[in-house]
Ligand binder design. Structure first.
Ligand code: SF4
Length: 340
C-alpha cells in the first residue's frame, strides 16, 4: 500500500501544505514559542534557525525501539538546533551550538536525496526525523521533493513534544509514527531545566493531536511499526520528570492502550553536573518505582529500558562517522552545505 504522503503528493495537497507552512515562516509560529520573526529573511528566533533546514547527522540508527530500528536500522535525520534548552540534553553538541550548526544548513533537494540514500542505499526501514519541531516546513518540502525520486518508507516524527498543533495538523496523513517525549508534569521544572514555558499543556495537547492522527501502534508481520503513537518518557532523578502524573495522564486521558517507551539512560550531560537536583544518574529504586507504576496502571504496550543502559545510548556528534557507533561508520552519509 502506498504511504499517505505519496497520495497527498499526487493530489497536490502536499505542495499546498508546504506553501502554507512556508508562508508562516514570514512571521514564525511554527512551534509554540511563536517568536514572529521573519525566517524567510533569515531573522533568528529562539531556535536560532533561519529558512533552510540544518541537518547535523544522517545515519542508520540501531538504538531506537525495536519496532523502529528493526534489523537494518532506522534512517535517522538529526536536525540541528532546538526549540528547548534542556540543561541535560544528550544531543547538546548539535542542539545548543547554533553558531557551528550554521555550517550544516542544507537545501531541501539534498535532504531528499539523503532520505533516498537511507531508504535505498542502506535499506533502512523508515525515515526518522529527530528534533523536527522548528523545521516542519522544510521537512514537508523535502518529502515533496523525495516522492518523485522514489521515497516510499514510513516517516517517523521524533520530537521533544513541544509542538504546535497548527503545524502538526499539516503533517496529518504524512507521518506514520509519532515518537514524542513527555518530559515533565510540572511547568516549574520544565521552565527551570528546559526553558519551555507551559510545556505540560503544550506537550499534552500535541500528543493528543498525534494520537488523533495515527492512533495506537500497529506492527506489521515482520515486527516493524506501520503506524501509531509511541510516547517516550525519560526518568529523571529526584522525581523531576513527574513519572506518576504523566503516565497516569497518558492512561486516563489519552488511552489505556497507549504504547510507552520508558527511558532509563539519564546521565548528567551538558550543564547538568552543575545542577544539584540533576547531577546524578537515576537510582535502581527510582527505576523500580516506575516499573511498578507501569504494572499498577495496567500499561501493557511498550518497553522499559534496563538500568545501566546509560552510556551505550549516548551519541557523540563530533566523532567522525556514525554518532552512535564507530563500527557503523560505513553507514555514515557525508553532509553537504547549501547556499540557498
Ligand atoms: S520555530 Fe523557532 S523561530 Fe519559530 S516560533 Fe519556534 S523557536 Fe521561534
Amino acid at each position: 500500500m502506498e504511504p499517505g504522503y505519496v497520495t497527498l503528493y499526487h493530489s497536490g495537497e502536499l505542495e499546498r501544505r508546504a506553501q502554507a507552512l512556508d508562508a508562516r515562516l514570514a512571521s514564525c509560529d511554527i512551534c509554540p514559542r511563536e517568536c514572529r520573526v521573519n525566517r524567510l529573511k533569515n531573522e533568528l528566533g529562539y531556535c536560532h534557525s533561519g529558512c533552510l533546514p540544518i541537518v547535523s547527522a544522517v545515519c542508520a540508527h540501531r538504538g531506537e525501539e525495536p519496532v523502529i530500528s528493526g534489523t537494518r536500522g532506522s534512517g535517522t535525520v538529526f536536525f540541528g538546533n532546538c526549540n528547548m534548552r534542556c540543561v541535560y540534553c544528550q544531543n547538546y553538541q548539535i542542539s545548543q551550538n547554533w553558531k557551528k550548526q550554521r555550517s550544516n544548513e542544507m537545501d531541501c533537494r539534498t535532504l531528499a536525496e539523503k532520505m533516498l540514500y537511507l531508504q535505498d542505499g542502506l535499506g533502512c526501514h523508515n525515515i526518522n526525523f529527530v528534533s523536527p519541531s522548528h523545521f516542519i516546513p522544510k521537512l514537508l518540502r523535502a518529502v515533496a521533493e523525495a516522492v518523485p525520486l522514489g521515497l516510499r518508507v514510513p516517516l517517523v516524527y521524533n520530537s521533544n513534544g513541544y509542538d504546535s498543533i497548527a503545524s502538526l495538523k499539516e503533517l496529518d496523513g504524512v507521518i506514520s509514527v509519532y515518537l514524542p517525549d513527555l518530559r515533565y508534569a510540572s511547568d516549574r521544572w520544565a521552565k527551570k531545566f528546559s526553558h519551555a514555558p507551559y510545556y505540560v499543556a503544550r506537550a499534552r495537547q500535541a500528543i493528543k493531536e498525534m494520537y488523533r492522527q495515527v492512533g495506537d501502534l500497529v506492527i506489521d508481520e515482520s515486527g516493524l511499526a506501520k503506524k501509531g503513537l509511541i510516547v517516550r518518557h525519560l526518568i529523571l532523578p529526584n522525581g523531576l520528570a513527574g513519572s506518576e502524573e504523566s503516565l497516569t495522564w497518558l492512561v486516563r486521558e489519552l488511552s489505556p492502550t497507549v504504547t510507552v517507551s520508558i527511558m532509563s539512560q539519564y546521565i548528567p550531560m551538558h550543564r547538568a553536573s552543575r545542577v544539584p537536583l540533576l547531577s546524578r544518574k537515576i537510582t535502581s529504586e527510582e527505576h523500580e518505582a516506575v516499573f511498578k507504576l507501569i504494572a499498577d496502571l495496567g500499561i501493557e504496550n511498550g518497553w522499559v529500558q534496563e538500568m545501566g543502559a546509560a552510556e551505550e545510548y549516548l551519541p557523540d556528534f563530533e566523532r567522525k562517522g556514525h554518532p552512535f557507533s564507530p563500527e557503523s561508520s560505513q553507514n555514515d552519509i557525508p553532509t553537504r552545505s547549501a547556499t540557498n
